[in-house]
Ligand binder design. Sequence first.
Ligand code: DGI
Ligand code: FE
Ligand code: FE
Length: 199
Amino acid sequence: MNSLEYRLNLLPYTRAELIEMVKKQVSKKRFRHILGVEQSAIELAEQYGGCIERASIAGLLHDYCKEMPADVFLQAIDDFRLNVDLKTWNNNIWHGMVGASIIREQLELTDEVILHAIEIHTTGNAQMSLLDKILYVADYIELGRDFPDVQEAREIANQSLDAAVAFETAHTLAHLIAKNIAIYPLTIETYNHYCAGRK
Ligand code: DGI
Ligand code: FE
Ligand code: FE
């Protein structure tokens, strides 16, 4: 994907400049994951008729805030007047839900479609856009991922994006429940809508 050039002016940077900025924010391992998510997101956008450029930017930025310390998120929740209930969660929830606001400000990204996909990339929600689904699924199936059900998830994603959202959500929930980890309310919304057929 080295030939991809941004033409939509969604960001004041080239893709190469954006990649350098992301590289400075995260560990080598996470950087490799991020490049994998970008690649998978672009492929899903090609297959399902999404915007390639938005898929690339969302993939490259989705975990931009993943390694930021708790105090940055707690301050951002105040600064951006986000719901104070967010303070009771942790980095796993903050890096998307709060990260989107940090990215909007720090990277001068104003495209709300991309920002929303980043915001809910961990949890999903009941009304996911095409880009929301592309990023949510790409994060799960990128080529660097190696867990027991990943091959099945890739095959399902090749057939139906909604089925892939459902598969990922059911498996993530089962994993969280098995470990007695608290479920973020949006994750339950995603489950009710995409796995249990509630409108
Ligand atoms: O950032 P990544 O590791 O690439 O992936 P992610 O953003 O999808 O998930 C980050 C972590 O968040 C992962 O360990 C699963 C966890 N997670 C997903 N849904 C929920 C959750 N954690 C809590 N507490 N509640 C959730 O609903
Ligand atoms: Fe993430
Ligand atoms: Fe990720």
